[in-house]
Structure formats: C-alpha cells, structure tokens
Write a protein that binds this ligand. Sequence first.
Ligand code: HAM
Length: 424
Amino acid sequence: MSPFKTVRGMRDLLAEEAETLNFVISKAREIAQFYGYKEVVTPVVEPYELLSAKSGEEIRSRMFIFKDLGDRDVALRPEFTASIARLATTALKTEPRPLRVFSVGSVYRYDEPQRGRYREFWQSNFELMGSDKPEADAEAIVLTNSLMKAAGLRNYAFKIGNIGVIRGILSQENVEDKVQNAILQLMDKKEYNKALELVKQKNCRKTLEGLLELKDDMPFETAEKIKNYVTGYDKAEVAADNLLEILKLVTACGCPVETVEPAFARGLEYYTGIIFEVTVPELDIALGGGGRYDRLIEVFGGESTPAVGVAHGLDRVALAMQMQKTTLSTRRAKTAVVIPVKPELKAEALKISQILREAGISAEFEVMGRKIGKALEDADRRKADYAVIVGERELKNAAVVLRDLAKREQSTVKIAQLIEKIMG
Ligand code: HAM
C-alpha cells in the first residue's frame, strides 16, 4: 500500500510552522483582550442554510457541503461571521451593546491550492455589533494594524473602500439587488468590463466608468474625488462622506492606508459600508479583510443591528513573517533532559522532572532507558539547555548533577537550588 497523503489543499503543520501559527494566535488573543473582545468558540460544522444565507455566490460555491447521518444539510464553516451573527440573535441577544466578540480557529474553502491559499486555514475574527459609528469601523482597521505590528510585519498597507458608493449609485438607478451582487462579484475579481456589461442603463454605466477612473495614488485625494463625483446620488454621498471620515480616524491612529479604491469589492455579499484589506509587498493576496454589514443580523431574524468586523488569515500572516524573516518575540522556556543513572532512581528522577515543570522549565524525561553517554548525545541533538543527571551518591545529599550542555560544564547542585540555577 502506498503511504497515506493529506487531502489536497490540507496541510500538516510541523513543529516550526505550528510554533509560528500559535505565536500569531497568541498575539490575536492578546489584541482581543486589549480591545475588550470576549472569545467564543463556535462549531466547525454548521447548517448549510446559515452559512450560505448572505455569504454570496463566491463563498457558497466553495463550501464543503455534506449530509450528516440524520440527513441534515450541513457544511464546514468557511468563515466565522455567520456563526457570530447567529449568536447575536440567540444566546447573545440580550447582551448590552456594543457587543465585541472574538474567535479563532480553522475554516474551510474549496479554493485552488497555491502559496498562501489553502482549503483548511486559520482565521482570527473580530466582530463589533451594535454601533453604526465610523469609530466602530475604524476600530476594526486599527486592531488589524495592532496585529500586523505584534506579528513584527513591516511595510504592510491597507486598501479601503465603501461598498455603499457603488450600491448607492446602482440602487438610485433601479438596478435590482441580484444584479448588484453579480456586478460586485465581478468587480471583486477585477473583471470590470464584464461587470459594466451587466449594467443595462446607459447613464448608470457611464457614471460607474467615471467612478473607476477616480483611482489615485493619494488616498485622501481619491476619497475627496469620490465624494464630489457622487453628488446627487444621496446614499452614495453618505457612503463617500463616511469613507472620508474613517480614513481620517485611522490615519490619525497611524494606520498605513495606501489606497482608497472607488471600485473596491470583496467576495462576501453581506457588506453594506466600509470594506478593507491589508497586504504586504511580498504577497499579492490579502492577510486580512473585513467591513461593515448592517443587515445580516436582521436576515437571521434578530433585531436590526449595525455591525462591523474583520478576519485575519493567520497562515498568510505566518507566511509573511517567514518571508520578512521576522523573529518570534516569545521568551522560550529553558529546557532540560532528566536522566536517572540507573533504573532504581526512576521515581526520584520523575519527581525532579515534575518540580522543574511546575517552575516553568521544560523537562524531557529519559524514557528510552539509555545509558548516560547516549542520553547526553541525544540531549545535544535536541538542543536542550541542561541535563539533570540523577545519581545515587548525589541524591544522598539531596543533590543532582547539572550539566550546561552549551558550555559543556557540570556541577553538583542541591535540588532545592536547581530551579534558581537553571533559570539563571
Ligand atoms: P475574507 O476576506 O473572506 O473575509 O477572509 C479573511 C482572510 O482570510 C483573507 O484576507 C485571507 O487572509 C484569509 N483567507 C481567505 N481565503 C483563504 C485561503 N484559501 N487560504 C488561506 N487564507 C485565506 C472573511 O472571512 C469575513 N468573514 C471577514 C469579516 C468579518 N467581515 C466582517 N466580519
């Protein structure tokens, strides 16, 4: 039989990759705490109907869908937002607003696998529900800035837009919602000509063509141009004003906004206002993205609740860290191997391992029953900091031999002083 492989698009993360991913997860969790987001854990498997309700054709077509043994249509979650919106209409319905909710975990999309694009990947997800103010939108961008910084990334930049500008124009020109969605899906894929072909009203098509051309290298200038351009389209005007205000707030907080894009669209259908993504120059795919979605909660049967949120692709953050050669700023625990000189000393040696672990020192016990020489060779290979050698003679004096594996020096140390010696 040929050896088993992982399913296409699914990966094993070996120790080093897992360490980086866990580092990024720990940073996302810290940020959730600093910004007042409470963590919730939701199921990986959800009703298909919930996940597909407002996600849009792009995500719907990439979901892992199946029937469970009870003949229910279920799917692996392709994102967290639908699950959190479900909570906002059920268990968290009566919680005081604003509601700040954080989640982290794996999500699943049948995307074409390539560098930075997988079928199982990790997201940290932040949702802020109950506020329609631009400071709430700004928070989603500012906390993303904090995560990029905490991951040690450089030269990252934000792209922002407001879906309300295009939707405002299309609605005023009586383009129905379904067609609007199709236009935005094509714009998300940068297929602008195809998108424009769907607009049957000549005037409206001209207006959109003009809008596309407003893109400029200077974010504030572009935002001002959009604002002036949409005069007369009431809803688009409000959206353009909102975009400018958010831009002011986030740049005041030091977020590097590189582009304001008049025709920016994202794959998800539930957005109603600001949308944004963050990228690094080394990768042409976004490390995170989000936006405002003011109607999702009412679609799920809840009270009309404005909301904004963001998800970060943690595998991509980890990949960017690797490409930018970022060092993990974690304090690595000291490591020791614990070797009993003979089998009768196992119990004593195990007790000493436990003392070390409880003091925050990583202790690997010699479980192969090897002689000292072989066990020390192996400890060197594993790059342990110390070997603790438990021998009869030293034990009689409540002591062990502590060997510094890097310096190749050893001394007899009282067990009571062992932790202090190792921690330095
Ligand atoms: P999204 O843009 O679909 O937004 O995904 C967020 C991030 O997940 C992306 O920016 C990217 O970093 C990562 N990502 C997406 N697909 C893949 C993939 N195949 N492989 C690796 N990483 C990937 C959402 O999911 C929304 N729920 C964000 C949101 C929250 N909007 C409002 N609240």
